[in-house]
Each structure stands twice: as structure tokens, then as C-alpha cells.
Design a binder for this molecule. Structure first.
Ligand code: AHG
Ligand code: MN
Ligand code: MN
Length: 331
């Protein structure tokens, strides 16, 4: 083991927190709520075939999608863990229509946490990687607790921290507070996230593109021109493809190996399928921190002004070189 293997995420967060002026420990306590909840979620994911957590929950969520039992379990784990953190004023989840006020009138309550408790639901039943994403925002000066929406309807550039956990062949947590991206692997023997990927940077160019090719017939034409160019060697080499169908896992590969992940507008989802606040924004924040680029197909993702909590957005994210090639295409 090298020295860096001995640093847990808790110790790392305490160190990162020193970068915040007036740090009081509450931010690290908030993040520890997220790490605790993701350990609970991963324990359920790991036992999914053994206990009764597979399959549909029987309800449809706000997106009109059938909730899986694990969607609900994961949501409850995060809500419970964060409700006990006094610094959290507002929570907003993919699984809840409205933003929730957690600590009303509490002066300490100065953060909002927006999250997708379980990303990649369609992969749960088949033992394929799923994940959790989160984005942390500070209460805007003029926002009162009576309008929780105002806390979360901020552009992604205002995120104070963001991250995800991928429940893959191992459980990995990746986060940033705006000073680089760091990855931690859950050591099941000791139940702690241990630093395994310090200062992650995206390679300048990769080998893979990642997109649901079943939708190509309804992509705007520019996307198909781009994909053809990736395939035919126009951009330096002939690309291969990888697509898992869990954004977190597809992005995690893109972060480590470079390349590009796209969820373009389609006939069914004219604004794309992914959600701005708790899918695209955390991923865009991490991508930029790692030297990559993220757009909505036209503009920088982190500059998009949200108008509703569950707003969808097209997402194109990846290495500098692939993103420059895409940006150079005419509409
Ligand atoms: P969720 O499970 O939270 O609803 O998200 C699923 C998302 C995302 O993870 C993935 O990139 C995308 O849906 C896959 O969609 P397609 O099946 O349309 O490719
Ligand atoms: Mn999702
Ligand atoms: Mn989800």
C-alpha cells in the first residue's frame, strides 16, 4: 500500500474543507451524510438477488417512469442521512416532485443537496453497474426557506461540490469541491472509502464514444455527422463504442479513459433525456475539474439557467479533443 491508500474520504474532506473560509466542520459532516447513505445503498445493491429489493415498486415517479424498489430504498437512505445534518436546508431528488425543506428557519441551514439516488435503474435487475449522483449548492443570499426552489434553481457554475458513486465491480466515490477530482474505492473489509484515484484528469483524447445508437434516426443531423466522423477516422483514429445505459458508469469510463458521452435530443425527448440539476450538472462540474468539457450540444452546461427542478437537457461531455471536434461542426 502506498501512503495515499491510507487516506479515507472523511480525512480528505476535512483537508479540503480548509479551503472554505470560515470552515466549521459542518460541510464535512454534510458530505459524511452522503457517504453513509451510499454505503447503505451499496449494501442493498450487493445483496440485490438475495433480499426482496429487485423489481418494480409499483409507483410512477415524477418523470413518468416506473420506480424500482431500489430507487425508493436509495432515495430514503439519502433523505434520512441528510435530514439529520443541520447544515442542509433543502433537498431535491429525482424521486420527489417538489424540493423538500429540511430545516426550516435554521440559521445553520445553508446548503441544498440535489441528487439522483439511483441512476441506471434499468440495469438493476441484470447486475450491471448503477450509481448515485449529487450536487451541492449554497443558499442564495435572497432565498428564504419558504421558497425551496430558489435554492436549487441555480446554474451549475454555482455548485460548491458535486460527485457520484458508481456501484460497479467495486464501489467508487468520485467528488470535487472545485479543486480537482478525487476518487475513493470502498474497502469492504473496513467499510471505508479509501483514496485510490487522487487528482483525476481526463486524457486529452480517448478511444470510445458512448451513445444510445438505437436513437440515431431521430438525432439532429449534426450528431450523426459527428458519429460518422468518429467511426471513419476523420478525428485521428477510428473510434470504438461503449454504452452501458447508466450515465454514471458511462461517465466514469469517459473520465478515466477519455472519449465522449452523448445523450442528444431525440424524437421522444426533444430536450434530451437526462436531467440538468442532478445528472448533467454534477457530471459537467467533474468533467471541467478534470480538464474535460461539457455542453448541452451548444453552450457550456454549467452556464445553463435552470427553470424547473426536473428539467431535461441534452448532454455532450468528454475529453478536450473530442469536444473541440464536436464544437467545430456546423449546425
Ligand atoms: P435513471 O435510472 O436515474 O432514470 O437514469 C437513467 C438514465 C441514465 O442513467 C442513462 O444514461 C440513460 O437513462 C439511458 O437511457 P436510454 O435507455 O434511453 O439509453
Ligand atoms: Mn438517472
Ligand atoms: Mn434515478
Amino acid at each position: 500500500m502506498s501512503d495515499s491508500n491510507l487516506l479515507t474520504v472523511q480525512q480528505h474532506i476535512l483537508r479540503e474543507q480548509l479551503r472554505f473560509s470560515g470552515a466549521s466542520g459542518e460541510f464535512s459532516f454534510l458530505l459524511s451524510g452522503i457517504t453513509l447513505a451510499t454505503k447503505i445503498i451499496q449494501a442493498q445493491v450487493r445483496r440485490a438477488g438475495l433480499v426482496d429489493v429487485l423489481g418494480e415498486h409499483g409507483e410512477v415517479n415524477v418523470q413518468g417512469e416506473i420506480q424500482q424498489k431500489l430507487d425508493v430504498i436509495a432515495n430514503e437512505a439519502i433523505v434520512q442521512a441528510l435530514t439529520s445534518r443541520a447544515s442542509v436546508g433543502v433537498l431535491a431528488s429525482e424521486e420527489n416532485e417538489e424540493a423538500m425543506i429540511v430545516h426550516k428557519g435554521d440559521k445553520e441551514a445553508k446548503y441544498a443537496v440535489v441528487f439522483d439516488p439511483l441512476d441506471g435503474s434499468s440495469n438493476i435487475d441484470v447486475n450491471v453497474s448503477v450509481g448515485t449522483t449529487f450536487s451541492i449548492l449554497r443558499r442564495p443570499d435572497d432565498a428564504s426557506l419558504d421558497s425551496p426552489e430558489a435554492w436549487v434553481l441555480q446554474p451549475g457554475s454555482e455548485q460548491v461540490a458535486a460527485g457520484y458513486v458508481v456501484y460497479g465491480s467495486s464501489t467508487i466515490l468520485v467528488y470535487s469541491v472545485g479543486h480537482g477530482v478525487h476518487g475513493f474505492t470502498l474497502d469492504p473489509a473496513i467499510g471505508a472509502y479509501v483514496l485510490s484515484h487522487p487528482n483525476m484528469t481526463m486524457p486529452d483524447r480517448g478511444k470510445y464514444y458512448s451513445v444510445n445508437e438505437a436513437n440515431t434516426d431521430s438525432f439532429p443531423e449534426k450528431y450523426n455527422r459527428y458519429l460518422a466522423g468518429l467511426r471513419n477516422g476523420q478525428y485521428g483514429h477510428k473510434y470504438s463504442s461503449r454504452y452501458i445505459g447508466s450515465m454514471v458508469a458511462d461517465f466514469h469510463r469517459t473520465l478515466l479513459k477519455g472519449g465522449v458521452f452523448l445523450y442528444p435530443p431525440t424524437e421522444d425527448n426533444a430536450e434530451g433525456k437526462l436531467r440538468l440539476l442532478y445528472e448533467a450538472n454534477p457530471v459537467a462540474f467533474l468533467a471541467e475539474q478534470a480538464g474535460g468539457v461539457a455542453t448541452d450540444g451548444k453552450n457550456r452546461m454549467l452556464d445553463v439557467n435552470p427553470t424547473s427542478i426536473h428539467q431535461r437537457v441534452p448532454l455532450v461531455v468528454g475529453s478536450k479533443a473530442e469536444m473541440a471536434d464536436f464544437a467545430a461542426l456546423e449546425e
